[in-house]
Ligand binder design. Sequence first.
Ligand SMILES: Cc1cc2nc3c(=O)[nH]c(=O)nc-3n(C[C@H](O)[C@H](O)[C@H](O)COP(=O)(O)OP(=O)(O)OC[C@H]3O[C@@H](n4cnc5c(N)ncnc54)[C@H](O)[C@@H]3O)c2cc1C
Length: 804
Amino acid sequence: MTGPSVVIIGAGVVGAALADELSARGWTDVTVVDQGDVPATGGSSSHAPGLVFQINGSKTMTEMARYTVEKFVELDSFHQVGGLEVATTPERLAELRRRHGWATSWGIETHLLSAEESVARHSLLDPGTVLGGLYIPTDGLAKAVKAVDAQLARARSRGVRVLARHEVLDITTEGGRVKAVVTDRGDIPADLVVCCAGIWGPKVARMVGMDLPLTPLAHQLAWTGQVPDLAGQSVEVSRPILRHQDADLYYRERFDTLGIGYYGHRPMPISADDILSVDEAEVMPSVLTFTPDDFADAWTETRRLLPSTRSAKVEEGINGLFSFTTDHLPLMGESRDVEGFWVAEAVWVTHSAGVGRAMAEWLVDGHCSSFDLHECDVNRFEPHQIAPDYVRARGCQNYVEVYDIIHPLQPMEEPRPLRTSPFHTRQRELGAMFLEASGWERPQWYEANAPLVAGRDIPPPGGWAARYWSPIVGAEAQATRESVALYDMTALKRLEVSGPGAVAFLQRLTTGDVDKSVGSVTYCLLLDVDGGIRSDVTVARLGPQEFQVGANGNLDLDWFDRHRPADVFVRDITPGTCCVGVWGPKARDLVQPLTRADLKALRYFRGTRTHLGNVPVTMLRLSYVGELGWEIYTTADLGLKLWDTLWQAGQDHLGPQGVIAGGRGAFTSLRLEKGYRSFGTDMTFEHDPYEAGLGFAVKLDKGDFIGREALLARKESVTRKLACLLTDEVVMGKEPVYDGDRPVGYVTSAAYGHTIGRAIAYAWLPAPLATPGQTVHIGYFDRRVEAVVAEEPLFDPAMTRLRG
Ligand SMILES: Cc1cc2nc3c(=O)[nH]c(=O)nc-3n(C[C@H](O)[C@H](O)[C@H](O)COP(=O)(O)OP(=O)(O)OC[C@H]3O[C@@H](n4cnc5c(N)ncnc54)[C@H](O)[C@@H]3O)c2cc1C
């Protein structure tokens, strides 16, 4: 036996994948326990119809699905019959083109089909109902129980123990670490425990005091009797698996019958505590009694789409339970509070082997090198996002929306508003059009700025880019470059790092040299051990042992907490503070009269503490929009006063419309003109600083820091680059980029540059193509948009605006 002793709770498709992947990496002191029989345990994997559609807006989820397909094919647990998604409305047809774009971006072969071609692929379809389709040759049907069995068999052959009929009743800890798993048949000592308990996850996590934001929901799956056109079919499945998202339906064959899955019914959440035990459950714990009334519309629609079912009957059905999260993504990683307690939860069969591999790499190597997990980390949530009411409401909403066409900017409708900045009242008075970011209400533009539009050249974008858009966005962007604007930056994560060890700690965790004078501000990166970017941050030294870190999200806090020695304190000050960006050529005219500090003497990337009128503030001379100005922070109680003070100063010193409020739409346009990268969109864990064009933020000669060693090698082998493209059409992000007919990369951020008068897109490209002047094409729905790689930044490369 080698490796630490690991107990995996759950022998479903996730636990089995993990056992296989861990043991393949030499960790064989592994015990898989399950309350049910193995391999058909009574969990969700035991009755999953097994459809594997790989395309997903998330690159990570698509890559995990692709790995699952490849592995299941190898395990002879997959019918690779292809997948077909059909459109019955023009909107869905457009959506299928968008999905074709995602697939191409993430490297999955797909084909857009006409109505006739769709029917040729799936002869049960009604030619009069279908407008077109998207065909994915490598999709298909997973045999989940067979895959569990095969993966557990491999694990067993390497020494892994599999204990069926062992119910985990508790997990003991000692000194904040897991110690043993208590089952109804005795205790199992453990260095590491991984919860792969599916819908029971919240119950198991609670054994160590962890709130797992997951909701088990019942989902309807019905089986027909014989369908005439399938009569005599001797193979289990011959046609592609089928999705009819316009009606929340999917289909698979089972010899001469059809399985029908339905997401269109009312959400049916249940509590993990209310799931029956293996022995109490009539069929199995994850199966509730079918409620035919909820299925009525599904059956009507099925008979319309697939005429051959009109003479068939629904013969059986279940309301089967599986897990939903607040953002459709899985929950992976280690508890923040209990060392050694890990989760791999809310995972579909589709992604299961990929998740197993990711978890195994993470556990064995300390980080995952195959997939970027920033969207999946269980510690990504803000505190309000694990409130039980929120978790349930969002889980139910995500169930309803599982096949909906969602615009990237579309905010959740409920529960809102959740987090409001102190400027909220004034923003409403200015007619803010609010979208949402990490629960914060964030203005996209302000209707009060409508008069600014007159006389300006603001071309309207087309298609999807025209949604959540107004010409006011362009007017705000231009007005910022002409005058001065207030941007609410409260939603950005702010951490206070302090204590005797703060300097050494930040030197170790960041790529920058932060050991500079009090008042210095340093833009740098947090890297993982493999040199991948975990975040980009601004580190402001406010005292000898006190720093304020402008970060990206909760994972930064988690990363700091995990590495923090006892003499360093890390505090999330985001909720108790607020921030307004005051930016534009007239920023100094606006703010200087309010303070005794000499703002001319406060140089670029320097900060100070002072007062603006009655308000104590921290001012950092930084700008995401490329203009003179400051991020100005104060405590939440004084936020409204800060806004009013600045606003009044605008009226007093600059006249009406001298200062405006600017929204996120304008901000993004200005940001891209300056080429400032956004973590999570432009770069993620999988990219290194040199590829992302952020090599300037890495001080290799400052001494050791996390990721440095790996970077030394990566620096010499850059094969892809984040490039700036100029086009004539505004795209959305995630579109594929082609060199001729060959897909070579994908778009990250996109917006119209209202100063430069061109549409901008940032995209990952092979390094040889990322050279200024190179022409490529972006696949935007059904069109190819010409784009040319440009020198960056597009605006004010000499930085005269920022340094002025
Ligand atoms: C009707 C239906 C249709 C679906 N269709 C698809 C589909 O087409 N494609 C797709 O990709 N996904 C589908 N899914 C989702 C998919 O089935 C699940 O997401 C997946 O099977 C979850 O796997 P798991 O290993 O996490 O959970 P499970 O398979 O539920 O395994 C968890 C295991 O943990 C064990 N356990 C829990 N608590 C304890 C304890 N205290 N002690 C010991 N053991 C414990 C359970 O017994 C169980 O075996 C469907 C789900 C349903 C319900």
